[in-house]
Write a protein that binds this ligand. Structure first.
Ligand code: MN
Length: 756
């Protein structure tokens, strides 16, 4: 039991007997078994339990730590036995651990086989994350297990060392960070670093070791000086019962990371040397009858005052480096971390980072979620945040089935660098760094994301592509009938927002394709004056579907029609015996040409009430994917998102580009100019015009010409009701033999391909 017994005696004296029983149970179960290193197996669960006790975890977690490998490794030990002896909570945690490690073993056995191994590993991590949303203690015990395994990784095969270290760096260290358990995070990172980049690790270790003595002397000198100054202060000792000052040198992985990220040399890193001051406030004397809330508030305020007072003493004895003071007490980090950081030039001329915090803030920083079991009331805000991301984990589980996609989503959405922003009601929302109002909106609710038209950050209107900063207050403007824009995919960063946007468009595309396929068939039958409703009866249609596409779902037939994989006439022949007898090339019945009156523009909505106009370069029409550009003084101009000008604007002035979408007003006609391209042949123009007539459209303008390379261009000006309508027309024209392209041209000569 080594260090465990004294720890328990100190922290959980009343629980000694229960923990002792769990220890004896585990010891007997693992009797005679050795670890790869040669030590008795029981040393591992004891080490895990010691880590947990050191974190201040509760008795059930410590017992689960002792028992975590028994069910898996020992015959005759079942979850039922565990529950019988140690209760349902211990069973739940042990069960969580066992499921995870069982999968993990299968995974590592298959790892050499390749993809299956990776899939298994992803599946295994997914299972773990699912288990931990049920009881956070499962992950804390898992982290302790992993930490001890990392400490003893030296006895594993090199390939295995690298694989486990990679997984630790990618998943477990960030998880520890998200849970706020700094102590475990640092150690996991440094241990992984050692195996993943042995050279860089060695380099830093030797560089730092050679100067270690010097560094130690320096920091010790500074600690003594600071202690004298603080104890000599007239006010501070009255407020605090204990001043804990410790020097530390930054851990290797974070030095390495900082050097890489900021391109700095070792000498340029200011917090290599750091002093941490932990202040324990004296019991606050309050007038009798003061209510609990008020007392808590007073305690919190005094805690802060003690920290600010201490930093003022530090700044008056050593010169602070400008721009290096960080107030994480007023603005805590997204994981709940609170502290004051400042860098000063010490007497020796070396920069030293000084961190100042209260005992409570320190516990939260070191033990994070574990501190919750020690200080039940502590860190309400941080707690909220955690509940938040746990529910996000659950949400992702429901949305993403594939294990490795799920893991990717967890990495980008949950384990990445964070920004913390606020709703107008002051609710803190934590998002991956680089998030935009769109990510925020989808995070709040899918419905809000989908109807977003604009956003305000700290009261000012911003483009939807605006990157959010820590502390921003974000307000989303929605409009009931608004729909997502494809352009959002250019800047949304959260996996969940992106997949919801894509889902929306896949859904919409499918609906449009179904409608289009349906319309093609209906129009074909109507033109031939056939009883449409009767022929499109499900039964007949199902049979035709079966013959043409091999399924019995008419939707598949519509999709095939839309994609041009089958034709209306082929379907028609199956539906109607009279059509089957006809020649396949029946001339279309010509109806009276009924030109649709073009309606004026102004049919879109925007996040702004300012004037908007359709750009002439790409002449967008209803249904096109569009974006707005905030002009200087002339309102918003609206472009198609594939317009070359828009693409350039997005690159050059993204801050002026805003989301735009079509409103739900009555669809009016829009005039478009088309350029029909084909190698010249006799009768080409007549064929195109007869298609227009068959489609019941009369062009407002027709011009034709043949270029030097004998390519014919037929310029048409026609009215269409929108993008879908245009697509139908375009598809009809494209069916004329020889036609290679139907291009949409702008009034000013800017031309773009009709989006296909
Ligand atoms: Mn274990």
């Amino acid at each position: 039991m080594g260090e465990l017994r004294p720890l328990i005696a100190e922290r959980l004296p009343a629980e000694r007997a229960r923990i002792e029983r769990a220890y004896e149970f585990a010891r007997d179960a693992h009797e005679g078994v050795k670890r790869r290193s040669g030590e008795p197996y029981i040393t591992h669960p004891v080490a895990v339990a010691t880590i947990l006790a050191g974190l201040g975890m509760d008795t059930d977690s410590i017992m689960a730590g002792l028992l975590h490998d028994t069910v898996e490794d020992v015959d005759g030990v079942t979850f039922e036995v565990i529950e019988e002896h140690f209760g349902p909570d211990v069973r739940r945690i042990v069960e969580g651990e066992t499921k995870v490690s069982k999968l993990s073993k299968q995974g590592s056995q298959q790892a050499e086989v390749g993809d299956t191994g990776r899939d298994m590993q992803a599946e295994n991590l997914r299972q773990m994350l699912i288990a931990m949303t049920g009881d956070l203690r499962i992950i804390v015990v898992k982290l302790a297990d992993r930490l001890h395994n990392m400490r003893t990784l030296g006895s594993m095969k090199p390939e295995k060392q690298v694989r486990i270290a990679r997984e630790t760096m990618d998943i477990f260290a960030p998880l520890a960070h998200r849970l706020g358990i700094g102590q475990i995070k640092w150690e996991l990172e440094d241990l992984s670093f050692q195996y993943l980049q042995p050279d860089a690790y060695q380099y830093l270790q030797t560089r730092l070791r050679t100067r270690q003595e010097e560094r130690d002397a320096l920091i010790q000198g500074a600690v003594v000086q600071l202690r004298e100054a603080l104890e000599d202060d007239l006010e501070l000792p009255e407020w605090v019962s204990d001043i804990d000052i410790a020097g530390r040198s930054k851990h290797l992985w974070s030095i390495h990371n900082k050097m890489q990220k900021e391109g700095k040399a070792l000498e340029q890193i200011f917090d290599l040397l750091a002093i941490r001051v932990i202040l324990t406030p004296r019991e606050l004397t309050v007038p009798p009858g003061t209510d609990e809330k008020r007392r808590e508030r007073a305690e919190e305020t005094r805690e802060k005052r003690i920290c600010y007072h201490t930093v003022s003493i530090v700044h008056s004895m050593w010169t602070p480096l400008p721009g290096r003071f960080k107030d994480y007490i007023a603005v805590p980090k997204p994981n709940g971390y609170q502290s004051l950081h400042t860098t000063v030039i010490s007497q020796s001329g070396q920069p030293i980072e000084v961190q100042i915090r209260s005992r409570r803030m320190h516990e939260v920083a070191e033990y994070g979620v574990a501190a919750h079991w020690m200080y039940k009331q502590g860190g309400a805000l941080a707690q909220k945040d955690r509940e938040n991301w746990i529910s996000q984990l659950r949400e992702l589980q429901n949305e993403i089935n594939d294990a490795s996609d799920y893991l990717d989503a967890v990495k980008t959405d949950i384990l990445s660098q964070r920004v913390r922003v606020f709703t107008p009601k002051g609710l803190a929302i934590s998002l991956p760094a680089g998030s935009t109002p769109i990510d925020f909106a989808y995070h709040i609710h899918t419905r809000i994301g989908e109807t977003t038209v604009g956003a305000r950050v700290n009261g000012s209107i911003v483009p939807l592509s605006h990157k959010l900063d820590n502390g921003d207050m974000v307000e989303i403007v929605t409009s009931k009938n608004s729909k997502p824009s494809q352009g959002w995919l250019n800047f949304a960063v959260t996996r969940s927002a992106r997949s919801k946007i894509r889902h929306h468009f896949r859904q919409q595309e499918r609906e449009e394709a179904l409608q289009h396929g349906h319309d093609l068939l209906e129009r074909y039958l109507r033109k031939r004056q056939l009883p449409v409703r009767q022929l499109m009866r499900t039964k007949l249609l199902e049979e035709a579907t079966q013959k043409l596409v091999g399924t019995r779902n008419p939707d598949d037939l519509y999709l095939a029609l839309h994609a041009g994989k089958t034709t209306p006439s082929a379907v028609g022949r199956l539906l109607s015996p009279s059509l089957a007898q006809e020649q396949s090339n029946v001339p279309a019945r010509r109806g009276p040409a009924a030109p649709k009156a073009p309606a004026p523009g102004g049919v879109y909505v925007e996040g702004f009430t300012t004037t908007t106009k359709l750009a002439q370069c790409c002449n967008p029409i209803r249904g096109d994917q569009i974006m707005g550009y905030l002009t200087r003084g002339r309102g918003v101009s609206v472009h198609r998102i594939d317009c070359p000008n828009m693409i350039r604007l997005l690159k050059d002035e993204p801050e002026r580009c805003v989301a735009a979408s079509w409103d739900s007003g009555t669809p009016g006609g829009t005039i478009v100019d088309l350029d029909v391209v084909a190698p010249d042949r006799p009768g080409l123009l007549a064929d195109v015009l007869s298609v227009l007539a068959a489609e019941k459209r009369s062009p407002m303008k027709v011009e034709a010409g043949v270029g030097a390379d004998s390519t014919a261009h037929i310029y048409l000006r026609v009215a269409v009701t929108g993008n879908t309508d245009l697509e139908t027309l375009r598809a009809a024209i494209l069916r004329v033999s020889g036609i290679t392209d139907v291009l949409r041209t702008g009034k000013n000569g800017g031309r773009g391909r009709v989006s296909a």
